[in-house]
Design a protein around this ligand. Structure first.
Ligand SMILES: [Zn+2]
Length: 524
């Protein structure tokens, strides 16, 4: 579980904005009369036991893996363990190039603002952009570039994929500084990335505060762990006044409002820039993705994505002489649950297999800012438009409430009532499912499901609660209630089978979607 909701640079910004605290309520379990699952299904699901779960956590949380930091040798060993198991269970590789792995660019880096240079050339001449006073920079790129300016008016819809290839996307970014403006700029950036732009210019108000510009210049220059590649597209946040010496009014669509279309080239205007990165460490850590193809010719084109991050925080400050943060519950428990659901469902006879396809996405980089899931969602190895649901499992082994698990986001979509009904209909699981017991902590927006919600994919977060060993060396095998993890995994297996079999796709409800849009667009 991690604090931030966007990449590392964002967490630096957000840390200034977000906070934490404690408990609300429990719903009594109902005893309903379940449609008994075919015995073969029940037997298969019940092959998920305390022992099978324990075996996985024993490996993942062993000292040898040194707390599975991103990046690290321990993380690579864990990734190989996951891929080998999925292969042995008969699942299909769903990573890249026919493998179980999707590697993503990741590093400790930031814009090299001292070396940054930018010049806007337009019908009226040139404008030297002074970094630190006229503008601040985020991201960067190895090579300097000289590209045409193209204005994008999102109120007329998103530009088509590839329609900005080789261009600089220019957006108006009006308003005063804060989380919402930062999030709007991130939304603009992901639109520009999808359209193939080489860089982005966010045009700030003329009254935009100089102190914020200089503060952001130094803040963003601090290297952080963040995604590389196109996630680092150079972004220039420039006060509109600085552009006027190069661009006449008719070339300033954010003022003249004269936009014929959503995408309009700013005649004769270009940005010549060198916006290098300061890279202190670079790597390509793995996500591990495996697939059970659906059994139904039609529905198999749709995907249910189960996620669980398998990274943790590595080695840190010793506590009682122990400096290895084993992450047995966070998130060895969720990882073990996904492995067991995969093993069980893959062993079902063809007639009982899920009708829709199921992806098991073990993402890394979660502790560094939900990075592995961000990368997969923005660079999906299956069509993102065909992903109909995400169920994320993180920290389900805590023992504070031995027979209770929270289903965060249950009130937002049809997925919630489904999983809560299943737990009532299966008293043999001895599991009570409850709503968010920690609403003040915004937990539904703090783990990997967040990136699926950004794409408005109905999502749930299965979670058993924070505890005294959270991000401490004592989060090791002995701490985890492996019997509970096995029961949660069984519930997940039944939920996947039901979502996969239903003729209807899961749906957000109206208030749920409104909330999700507000929270994923930076609204508090
Ligand atoms: Zn976690």
């Amino acid at each position: 579980m991690k604090l931030s909701v966007e990449h590392a640079a964002t967490s630096q910004v957000l840390r200034a904005i977000l906070t934490l605290s404690a408990l609300a309520y429990v719903v009594a379990p109902g005893l309903a009369h379940a449609q008994p699952a075919p015995s073969v299904v029940r037997e298969t699901v019940e092959s998920i036991t305390q022992e099978t779960v324990l075996n996985h956590i024993a490996v993942l949380a062993s000292d040898q893996l040194l707390g599975r930091d991103t990046p690290s040798e321990g993380l690579e060993t864990a990734a190989a363990y996951l891929a080998d198991l999925h292969r042995s269970y008969g699942l299909q590789p769903a990573g890249e190039n026919g493998t179980f792995f999707q590697r993503y660019p990741f590093g400790f880096m930031g814009p090299d603002t001292d070396a940054a240079q930018a010049t806007i050339t337009g019908p009226d001449g040139t404008a030297e952009i002074r970094i630190g006073s006229d503008a601040f920079v985020d991201g960067g790129t190895e090579d300097s570039f000289d590209a045409a300016l193209v204005y994008v008016d999102l109120s007329r819809g998103n530009p088509a994929p590839g329609s900005l290839t080789g261009d600089v996307a220019v957006f108006e970014l009006s308003g005063s500084w804060g989380q919402s403006l930062w999030q709007s700029s991130s939304d603009q950036a992901s639109v520009a990335r999808a359209a193939g732009a080489v860089a982005i210019v966010h045009v700030l108000d003329s009254g935009f505060s100089s102190s914020v510009i200089s503060q952001m210049t130094s803040t963003l220059a601090q290297p952080t762990w963040r995604l590389g590649g196109d996630a680092l597209l150079p972004r220039l946040f420039v006060r509109r006044g600085a552009l006027e010496s190069a661009l006449p009014r008719e070339s300033r669509p954010w003022e003249s409002g004269a936009t014929a279309a959503g995408v309009s080239p700013i005649g004769g205007a270009s940005l010549r820039a060198s916006l290098p990165l300061d890279v202190l460490s670079y790597s390509t850590p793995p996500n591990v993705i495996a697939e059970i193809p659906g059994s139904d010719p039609e529905l198999s084109r749709e995907y249910i994505v189960l996620t669980a991050h398998f990274d943790h925080v590595g080695v840190g400050r010793p506590v009682a002489g122990d400096s290895i943060y084993n992450g047995a519950d966070d998130n060895g428990s969720g990882t073990a649950a996904l492995l067991e659901v995969a093993r069980a469902l893959a062993s079902l006879p063809p007639t009982q297999r899920p009708r829709r396809s199921v992806l098991f996405a073990h993402v890394s980089g979660e502790e560094k800012g939900l990075l592995g899931s961000e990368w997969w969602v923005d660079h999906p190895t299956r069509p993102i438009g065909s992903v109909i649901a995400n169920i994320n499992t993180d920290m389900v082994g805590g023992d504070a409430h031995p027979d209770t698990v929270a289903v965060l986001g249950n009130e937002y979509s049809s997925l919630g009532p489904l999983i809560m009904r299943l737990s009532r209909e299966r008293p043999e699981l001895r599991l009570t499912t409850v709503s968010d017991m920690w609403p003040q902590e915004n937990l539904f927006f703090r783990s990997d499901q967040f990136n699926f919600m950004r794409k408005e994919i109905p999502s749930l977060f299965v979670f058993a609660g924070l505890h005294d060993c959270y991000h401490r060396p004592c989060d090791d095998l002995d701490f985890v209630n492996t019997d509970k993890v096995a029961r949660v995994a069984r519930l997940l297996a039944y939920a996947v089978l039901e979502v996969a079999a239903s003729n209807d796709r899961p749906q957000w409800n109206a208030s749920g979607l409104t909330n999700v849009r507000r929270m994923t667009s930076g609204g508090g």
